[in-house]
Design a protein around this ligand. Structure first.
Ligand code: GTP
Ligand code: MG
Length: 226
């Protein structure tokens, strides 16, 4: 449920002069969100199918968990404002790539690249953009593999291309990102500088450990083959 203030902000943003049109707006907004949710379901199914196939036999699942969300109305408005774009549903579709978001948590770094490669090769998926924050970590230490993809979704009398943001990371990278996120959204935090330095140190340790875990797994697997 939306908070009262959130509702007021949405009405003001979309219908400054015609608040009575709110019901038309709610219908159209819900329709758009239904489309983004459908796109999430479609991409999620693709990921689950790959995970099932890659887990056949004695092999381990490359994926530990899949989370998804659609962006909250208030965050959509804030982002459009940040981009200095008008608050209309068309500008949402044209300018925001992360209204539909999926996060995949893997055990090992090579699983991340295998998955992204397999998804990219599917002929109904168009890769719009890739940001590889594993090869090029952010200065704060953030690591994750981001893909913006477009998938066709079939409705009663139309086919629509919908964008989905996919973030793929290891469980250790995810652990780090959730703590860093907690700090980012707290204002007036004491010792912010010190915490930032500590987080950066942890990110580097985690990156080394992720690599080491992969090496150990490879050694174990090599033994199994003999
Ligand atoms: P946003 O406007 O935040 O969506 O960023 P962007 O459009 O420049 O895309 P980017 O790929 O850099 O980031 C997309 C998403 O990745 C963010 O919304 C976060 O969920 C996550 N992310 C990016 N950078 C960081 C970071 O430094 N820390 C954490 N915790 N998450 C991050
Ligand atoms: Mg975002």
């Amino acid at each position: 449920m939306l908070e009262k203030e959130e509702k007021a902000e949405i009405i003001k943003a979309f219908f400054p002069d015609e608040p009575e049109k709110i019901f038309d707006y709610i219908f159209l907004f819900n329709e758009l969100m239904m489309k983004y949710n459908s796109a999430i379901r479609e991409v999620k199914t693709k990921i689950e199918i790959l995970n099932d196939e890659l887990s056949l036999g004695n092999r381990n699942n490359p994926i530990l968990s899949i989370q998804s969300r659609t962006k909250k109305p208030v965050s959509i408005i804030q982002k459009l404002k940040k981009l200095s774009k008008p608050t209309t549903l068309d500008t949402v579709v044209e300018n925001l790539n992360d209204v539909a978001g999926i996060r995949i948590i893997c055990s090992f770094i090579d699983d991340i690249y295998r998955l992204s490669d397999m998804l990219s090769k599917q002929d109904d998926i168009t890769v719009i953009a890739i940001k590889d924050y594993i090869k090029n970590p952010k200065p704060n230490g953030y690591r994750s593999y981001h893909m913006i993809v477009e998938v066709p979704v079939f409705f009663s009398n139309s086919k629509q291309l919908m964008r989905v943001e996919i973030q793929i990371r290891t469980v250790a990278m995810d652990f780090w990102a959730s703590l860093e996120h907690r700090m980012k959204y707290k204002s007036n935090i004491e010792n912010a500088e010190e915490i930032t330095t500590e987080l950066k140190e942890c990110a580097d340790v985690i990156a080394k450990t992720d690599m080491h875990m992969l090496e150990i797994r490879n050694k174990i697997d090599k033994n199994e083959l003999q």
